[in-house]
Design a binder for this molecule. Sequence first.
Ligand code: GAR
Length: 196
Amino acid sequence: MLRVVVMVSGGGTNLQAIIDRVADGTITNTELVGVISNNYDVFALERAKKAGIDNQVVSPKDYATREEFNEALLEKVNAYKPDLIVLAGFLVVIPEKMIDMYENKIINIHPSLIPSFCGTGYYGLKVHEAALARGVKVSGATVHYVDKGTDTGPIILQKAVEVKEGDTPKILQQRIMEEAEWKLLPAAINMIANNQ
Ligand code: GAR
Protein backbone atom coordinates (compact mmCIF):
# COMPACT_ATOMS: atom_id res chain seq x y z
CA MET A 1 0.00 0.00 0.00
CA LEU A 2 1.29 3.43 -0.97
CA ARG A 3 1.25 5.66 2.12
CA VAL A 4 0.07 9.08 0.97
CA VAL A 5 0.15 12.39 2.83
CA VAL A 6 -1.91 15.20 1.28
CA MET A 7 -0.92 18.81 1.95
CA VAL A 8 -3.55 21.54 1.65
CA SER A 9 -4.12 25.24 2.23
CA GLY A 10 -7.77 25.90 1.47
CA GLY A 11 -11.04 24.41 0.32
CA GLY A 12 -9.65 20.99 -0.43
CA THR A 13 -11.72 20.04 -3.48
CA ASN A 14 -8.70 18.18 -4.87
CA LEU A 15 -8.32 16.40 -1.53
CA GLN A 16 -12.01 15.44 -1.77
CA ALA A 17 -11.49 14.05 -5.27
CA ILE A 18 -8.66 11.87 -3.93
CA ILE A 19 -10.73 10.71 -0.93
CA ASP A 20 -13.67 9.83 -3.22
CA ARG A 21 -11.55 7.92 -5.73
CA VAL A 22 -9.88 5.88 -2.99
CA ALA A 23 -13.32 5.16 -1.51
CA ASP A 24 -14.83 4.01 -4.83
CA GLY A 25 -11.78 1.92 -5.77
CA THR A 26 -10.62 4.03 -8.71
CA ILE A 27 -7.35 4.60 -6.84
CA THR A 28 -5.97 1.29 -5.63
CA ASN A 29 -3.08 0.19 -3.38
CA THR A 30 -3.27 3.52 -1.59
CA GLU A 31 -3.76 4.54 2.02
CA LEU A 32 -4.39 8.19 2.91
CA VAL A 33 -2.39 8.37 6.12
CA GLY A 34 -2.53 12.09 6.84
CA VAL A 35 -3.58 15.58 5.79
CA ILE A 36 -1.44 18.58 6.70
CA SER A 37 -2.68 22.17 6.37
CA ASN A 38 -0.69 25.37 6.85
CA ASN A 39 -3.91 27.20 7.71
CA TYR A 40 -6.37 26.75 10.55
CA ASP A 41 -10.09 26.82 9.81
CA VAL A 42 -9.96 25.66 6.22
CA PHE A 43 -12.63 23.38 4.79
CA ALA A 44 -10.01 20.87 3.66
CA LEU A 45 -9.58 19.91 7.34
CA GLU A 46 -13.32 19.21 7.65
CA ARG A 47 -13.09 16.95 4.62
CA ALA A 48 -10.20 15.04 6.22
CA LYS A 49 -12.07 14.69 9.52
CA LYS A 50 -15.24 13.48 7.79
CA ALA A 51 -13.22 10.86 5.94
CA GLY A 52 -11.53 9.77 9.17
CA ILE A 53 -8.06 10.78 8.03
CA ASP A 54 -5.54 11.97 10.60
CA ASN A 55 -5.05 15.71 10.14
CA GLN A 56 -2.82 18.45 11.49
CA VAL A 57 -2.13 22.14 11.12
CA VAL A 58 1.42 23.45 10.86
CA SER A 59 1.08 27.22 10.59
CA PRO A 60 3.99 29.63 10.02
CA LYS A 61 2.20 31.92 12.46
CA ASP A 62 3.08 29.55 15.31
CA TYR A 63 6.84 29.75 14.71
CA ALA A 64 9.30 32.58 15.25
CA THR A 65 11.26 31.91 12.07
CA ARG A 66 10.75 30.25 8.70
CA GLU A 67 13.46 27.73 9.59
CA GLU A 68 11.54 26.62 12.67
CA PHE A 69 8.36 26.29 10.61
CA ASN A 70 10.20 24.28 7.96
CA GLU A 71 11.64 21.96 10.61
CA ALA A 72 8.22 21.44 12.19
CA LEU A 73 6.64 20.76 8.81
CA LEU A 74 9.28 18.17 7.95
CA GLU A 75 8.91 16.53 11.33
CA LYS A 76 5.13 16.16 10.89
CA VAL A 77 5.54 14.80 7.38
CA ASN A 78 8.24 12.31 8.44
CA ALA A 79 6.05 11.03 11.27
CA TYR A 80 3.62 9.65 8.68
CA LYS A 81 6.41 7.72 6.91
CA PRO A 82 4.91 8.60 3.53
CA ASP A 83 5.77 6.97 0.22
CA LEU A 84 4.18 9.90 -1.62
CA ILE A 85 3.42 13.51 -0.68
CA VAL A 86 0.64 15.15 -2.66
CA LEU A 87 0.44 18.93 -2.81
CA ALA A 88 -3.26 19.54 -3.40
CA GLY A 89 -3.54 23.31 -3.40
CA PHE A 90 -0.71 23.66 -0.87
CA LEU A 91 0.44 27.23 -1.31
CA VAL A 92 3.67 27.09 0.70
CA VAL A 93 7.19 26.79 -0.69
CA ILE A 94 8.42 23.30 0.17
CA PRO A 95 11.64 23.35 2.23
CA GLU A 96 14.71 22.25 0.25
CA LYS A 97 15.51 19.66 2.88
CA MET A 98 12.14 18.01 2.29
CA ILE A 99 12.71 17.97 -1.47
CA ASP A 100 16.10 16.28 -0.97
CA MET A 101 14.63 13.77 1.43
CA TYR A 102 11.63 12.95 -0.80
CA GLU A 103 13.17 13.11 -4.26
CA ASN A 104 10.56 12.04 -6.85
CA LYS A 105 8.10 11.42 -4.04
CA ILE A 106 6.35 14.79 -4.03
CA ILE A 107 3.76 15.69 -6.68
CA ASN A 108 1.82 18.91 -7.24
CA ILE A 109 -1.29 19.94 -9.15
CA HIS A 110 -1.10 23.26 -10.96
CA PRO A 111 -4.11 24.86 -12.69
CA SER A 112 -2.54 25.65 -16.08
CA LEU A 113 -0.71 23.90 -18.89
CA ILE A 114 2.87 24.21 -17.59
CA PRO A 115 5.11 25.94 -18.75
CA SER A 116 2.39 28.59 -19.25
CA PHE A 117 1.20 30.64 -16.27
CA CYS A 118 3.34 28.98 -13.64
CA GLY A 119 6.20 29.88 -11.32
CA THR A 120 6.43 32.44 -8.53
CA GLY A 121 3.24 34.43 -8.06
CA TYR A 122 1.06 32.10 -10.13
CA TYR A 123 -1.31 30.28 -7.82
CA GLY A 124 -5.03 29.81 -7.43
CA LEU A 125 -7.22 32.43 -9.13
CA LYS A 126 -4.19 34.50 -10.17
CA VAL A 127 -3.34 31.82 -12.72
CA HIS A 128 -6.75 32.15 -14.37
CA GLU A 129 -6.71 35.95 -14.20
CA ALA A 130 -3.39 35.97 -16.05
CA ALA A 131 -4.54 33.43 -18.64
CA LEU A 132 -7.73 35.38 -19.39
CA ALA A 133 -5.85 38.69 -19.52
CA ARG A 134 -3.53 37.16 -22.14
CA GLY A 135 -6.52 35.94 -24.13
CA VAL A 136 -5.68 32.24 -24.18
CA LYS A 137 -8.22 29.97 -25.86
CA VAL A 138 -7.08 26.80 -24.13
CA SER A 139 -5.88 26.30 -20.57
CA GLY A 140 -5.88 23.22 -18.35
CA ALA A 141 -4.05 21.53 -15.51
CA THR A 142 -0.75 19.77 -14.89
CA VAL A 143 0.44 17.20 -12.37
CA HIS A 144 4.21 17.23 -11.96
CA TYR A 145 6.96 16.05 -9.66
CA VAL A 146 8.27 18.74 -7.33
CA ASP A 147 11.89 19.80 -7.62
CA LYS A 148 13.71 22.82 -6.22
CA GLY A 149 12.24 25.25 -8.75
CA THR A 150 8.68 26.57 -8.72
CA ASP A 151 6.55 24.37 -11.01
CA THR A 152 9.66 23.18 -12.89
CA GLY A 153 9.70 19.44 -12.12
CA PRO A 154 9.02 16.64 -14.63
CA ILE A 155 5.44 16.54 -15.89
CA ILE A 156 3.38 13.43 -15.15
CA LEU A 157 -0.05 14.27 -16.63
CA GLN A 158 -1.67 17.24 -18.38
CA LYS A 159 -5.16 17.93 -19.65
CA ALA A 160 -6.34 20.81 -21.81
CA VAL A 161 -9.58 22.66 -21.04
CA GLU A 162 -11.37 25.05 -23.37
CA VAL A 163 -11.66 28.73 -22.44
CA LYS A 164 -15.11 30.04 -23.32
CA GLU A 165 -16.37 33.46 -24.31
CA GLY A 166 -17.41 35.41 -21.21
CA ASP A 167 -15.33 33.31 -18.78
CA THR A 168 -14.41 34.97 -15.49
CA PRO A 169 -11.43 33.67 -13.49
CA LYS A 170 -13.85 31.86 -11.17
CA ILE A 171 -15.82 30.24 -13.97
CA LEU A 172 -12.63 29.11 -15.69
CA GLN A 173 -11.20 27.84 -12.41
CA GLN A 174 -14.31 25.74 -11.80
CA ARG A 175 -14.27 24.25 -15.32
CA ILE A 176 -10.55 23.39 -15.03
CA MET A 177 -11.15 21.74 -11.67
CA GLU A 178 -14.12 19.71 -12.91
CA GLU A 179 -12.70 18.69 -16.29
CA ALA A 180 -9.03 18.32 -15.39
CA GLU A 181 -7.78 18.67 -11.80
CA TRP A 182 -10.21 16.35 -10.04
CA LYS A 183 -9.41 13.63 -12.59
CA LEU A 184 -5.69 14.13 -13.13
CA LEU A 185 -4.54 14.13 -9.53
CA PRO A 186 -6.30 10.85 -8.60
CA ALA A 187 -5.07 9.32 -11.88
CA ALA A 188 -1.47 10.30 -11.13
CA ILE A 189 -1.66 8.82 -7.62
CA ASN A 190 -3.11 5.59 -8.98
CA MET A 191 -0.34 5.35 -11.58
CA ILE A 192 2.33 5.81 -8.92
CA ALA A 193 0.63 3.37 -6.54
CA ASN A 194 0.61 0.75 -9.28
CA ASN A 195 4.13 1.44 -10.59
CA GLN A 196 2.93 2.68 -13.97
C1 GAR B 1 -6.40 24.27 -7.17
O1 GAR B 1 -6.96 24.90 -8.30
C2 GAR B 1 -4.94 23.97 -7.41
O2 GAR B 1 -4.66 23.62 -8.72
C3 GAR B 1 -4.31 25.30 -7.07
O3 GAR B 1 -5.01 25.72 -5.91
C4 GAR B 1 -6.36 25.24 -5.98
C5 GAR B 1 -6.71 24.55 -4.67
O4 GAR B 1 -8.07 24.20 -4.64
N1 GAR B 1 -2.90 25.17 -6.84
C6 GAR B 1 -2.00 26.08 -7.22
O5 GAR B 1 -2.31 27.14 -7.73
C7 GAR B 1 -0.55 25.70 -6.96
N2 GAR B 1 0.33 26.60 -7.63
P1 GAR B 1 -8.61 23.11 -3.62
O6 GAR B 1 -8.15 23.52 -2.22
O7 GAR B 1 -10.11 23.20 -3.75
O8 GAR B 1 -8.08 21.76 -4.02
